[in-house]
Design a protein around this ligand. Structure first.
Ligand code: OOB
Length: 542
């Protein structure tokens, strides 16, 4: 197994420790401590369950002992694909307690993505629910994954497990649990948005990640009295750590799980559980704002609404701020690390028009031009970031590491931003070729690769187009060969490739050829840019 590492140069690590950012805390350690301090306090509410901290800890210990009893060994990686169900927490903390390493898949991922995560992380096990909150049956998917990933020794299923191991049956000897891990070790692998090709794996340490949500709690006002609603998928970095369910559990607060983010599901939960804080992507925030106007549910407990994952325009921000009782807080973050927030006491123009400023005084931000030179304040440039919770490397991907990090350890975010006085950032766009579809990131290259596998596709280029509701949607330009494929059939065929539904192109346009320049062939990036421009010009003309 390729060892998991995330290392900062010793002088940086020493600085982050001396500043009190890294405190030597660990996931198993903090849950145990909360369970000891406030055993009777409610920790997790959802799926008809209400678990106290003591219960959550006991369930996590049973799961941990059960994982070891199956023969899994500390250091092994486990792909976790659980939606917003309470078992997410004993599963994940059970893995932490057993020294196992969760690899967080999203509920929408299918065999193509799962097989990639399993291979890249050398996973030994897969955990899913028999049926997702959307009704999707994960057992056939588990069978396909077993075929695709021969290293996978175990499948654990929440609910009706059929031939697999039932999560509920996990148990074993608590004395077999390993001691708490090294706080500098890798706690889990997050999934990158995948700007180029397939998603990369992001190793995050106990020290760095716990710092990011402990500091987020402070910035977002999360205390033991808070009630955090998980509306977005729990495995995504935003609802996990900004300040997220992990921030909430760290604070000893309550976590409420909404199986879907729709107002119909979430609003009654907010009213019943007196939810104080939650996070949404912009299209959902607008939907909530619209639905709140109906006034059928008491949302008065909502103090803070975080919106991020994709750009919230000032006009949309105002609508959200006006329609909901909560204070709006913009958040601009990335699973690789750097997270920016507008502050709760910032004046309206900052909250409505910027994506916030970094969490930490030790976050270093550089905004540079094509040559890597810093641009003047207020000018747009590429955002580079380095700091106490921003990774220095992806797992097992030399090519991506060479591309994505500067020699002095800054992460190239791929975002184009402007910096205002006070360090506030305004996201202008991005350098890379991905589509940000309502906060879900899609790599153009990955989708083009799938399209090229079709016998009647000669070439394909995938671009983002502005979309009123989604922010951006995907459009695939396809040059046919042989029999002309029809768009619906091509979409259906894409689904058959076993990819997440959000990656299936929203629009398919057949063209005879891609343009070349007088000088000959143009780069893929330039081609995508030209196709996008042509489409927009055409739409405007219509
Ligand atoms: C969050 O994380 P990822 O890893 O899914 O995506 C990161 C990318 C950023 O590089 C940026 O391109 C975009 O998503 N993004 C935003 C944004 N927040 C994220 N673009 C414009 N405005 C924003 N407010 O999406 C994520 C992670 C932690 C907290 C919040 C979001």
């Amino acid at each position: 197994m390729i060892p998991l590492r995330q290392e900062w140069p010793p002088e940086f690590a020493a600085r982050y420790r001396a500043a009190g950012h890294w405190r030597g805390e660990t996931f198993p350690g903090f849950l145990r401590q909360r369970a000891a301090e406030r055993p009777e306090a409610l920790a997790v509410i959802g799926g008809g369950q209400r678990w106290t901290y003591a219960e959550l800890h006991a369930r996590a210990e049973a799961a941990a002992a059960g994982f070891l009893a199956l023969g899994l060994r500390p250091g092994e990686r486990v792909v976790v694909q659980l939606g917003n169900i309470p078992e997410f927490f004993p599963a994940v903390f059970g893995l932490f307690l057993a020294g196992l390493v969760p690899v967080y898949a999203l509920p929408a991922h299918r065999i193509a993505e799962l097989a990639h995560f399993a291979a890249k992380s050398e996973a030994s096990a897969y955990i899913a629910a028999a049926r997702g909150t959307d009704g999707f049956d994960h057992r056939p998917l588990a069978r396909a994954l077993r075929e695709a990933a021969p290293g996978l020794r175990h499948v654990v299923i929440v609910g009706e497990a059929e031939e697999f191991t039932a999560f509920e049956s996990l148990d074993g000897d608590r004395a077999a649990l390993p001691p708490d891990p090294d706080p500098a070790s890798v706690a889990f692998l997050q999934i990158s948005g995948g700007t180029t090709g397939l998603s990369k794996l992001i190793p995050r340490t106990h020290d760095d990640y716990i710092y990011s949500f402990r500091a987020s709690n402070e910035i977002c006002g999360v205390t033991a009295e808070s009630v955090f609603l998980v509306a977005l998928p729990a495995a995504h970095n935003f609802p996990m750590s900004s300040p997220g369910h992990m921030g909430a559990l760290y604070a000893g607060a309550r976590v409420v799980l909404s199986p879907t983010p729709s107002p119909e599901t979430a609003f009654p939960l907010i009213a019943q559980e007196r939810v104080t804080i939650t996070g949404l992507v912009p299209p959902l925030a607008l939907l909530w704002a619209q639905a709140a106007a109906g006034g059928r549910h008491d949302l008065s407990s909502l103090e803070v609404l975080l919106v991020g994952g994709a750009k919230l325009t000032p006009e949309a921000a105002r609508r959200v701020q006006d329609a909901l009782p909560a204070r709006l807080q913009q958040v601009f973050g990335m699973a690789e690390g750097l997270v920016n927030y507008t502050r709760l006491d910032d004046p309206d123009p900052i909250v409505l028009e910027t994506q916030g400023r970094p969490i930490s005084p030790d976050d270093e931000v550089r905004i540079v031009d094509d040559l890597g030179e810093e641009v003047p304040e207020g000018e747009p440039g590429y955002l580079l970031a380095r700091g106490p919770y921003t990774i220095r490397a992806y797992h097992n991907d030399d090519a991506a590491n060479a591309r994505s990090f500067t020699p002095d350890g800054f992460y190239r975010t791929g975002d184009v931003v402007r910096r205002l006085p006070g360090g506030y950032l305004v996201v202008q766009g991005r350098a890379g070729d991905h589509i940000n579809r309502a906060g879900e990131k899609i790599s153009a290259e990955e989708i083009e690769d799938h399209l090229l596998a079709h016998p009647n596709v000669f070439d394909a280029a995938v671009v983002s187009v502005p979309d009123e509701f989604l922010g951006e949607r995907s459009c695939a330009f396809v040059i046919p060969q042989g029999e002309r494929p029809r768009a619906p059939a091509l979409k259906a065929w894409m689904r058959g490739r076993g990819i997440a539904e959000f990656k299936v192109p929203d629009q398919i346009v057949l063209v005879e050829a891609f343009e070349t320049t007088a000088a000959g062939k143009i780069s893929r990036r330039e081609l995508r840019a030209r196709l996008r421009a042509r489409l927009l010009a055409q739409e405007n003309a219509d």
